[in-house]
Design a protein around this ligand. Structure first.
Ligand code: SF4
Length: 168
């Protein structure tokens, strides 16, 4: 136990010391800025995987660890789309997930925001042309913000979401 305490003291406080993304801030359109005003300073997210390789989810999961700690910026994860303000969709939309994506979109209360996370969600990425892929997310539901990368780093996701919230 003393070994753990000593290690913690040596390491110091790590929360909030995540590396800067270096990615240019995403452009937020005026209608989207207007919509975001309704959410004030917080955003509850439901993550939807429509056929990803799980790389984007792993980076998204990092947002709730003690280094990125997205909750201190008002960003929370919901267990149900009925409790969400925003859907973060990862992966290309596969044949088996296209109706599920549309159902989740319908179940999320208005007003809502849709974020396409990663190259696959934006343009099918490395799965483009695959027999099981029906297209990118915007082909199925309206997308408000896209975050490029394969996968995007947690700092890029966090900074894009904070830009969306008007915190950057
Ligand atoms: S963008 Fe890259 S990491 Fe994300 S689902 Fe596609 S292949 Fe995987």
């Amino acid at each position: 136990m003393f070994r753990i305490i000593k290690k913690s003291l040596r390491k110091g406080i790590v929360t909030g010391t995540y590396p800067e993304s270096g990615m240019p801030a995403p452009e937020i359109s005026d209608p989207l800025k207007k919509k975001m005003k309704l959410f004030k300073r917080s955003l509850t997210i439901r993550e939807v995987d429509t056929g990803s390789c799980n790389g984007c989810e792993m980076e998204m999961n990092a947002l709730i660890n003690s280094i990125y700690d997205a909750e201190r910026f008002g960003i929370q994860i919901a267990a149900s789309p009925r409790h969400a303000d925003a859907l973060v969709v990862t992966g290309p939309v596969t044949v088996n997930m296209q109706s599920a994506l549309k159902n989740v979109y319908r179940m999320t209360p208005d007003p809502k925001v849709v974020v396409a996370l990663g190259d696959c969600a934006m343009n099918c990425g490395m799965f483009k042309g695959c027999y099981a892929v029906t297209g990118p997310v915007h082909k199925h539901i309206p997308v408000d913000l896209s975050i490029p990368g394969c996968p995007p780093r947690p700092s890029e996701i966090l900074e894009s979401l904070r830009t969306l919230l008007g915190q950057k």
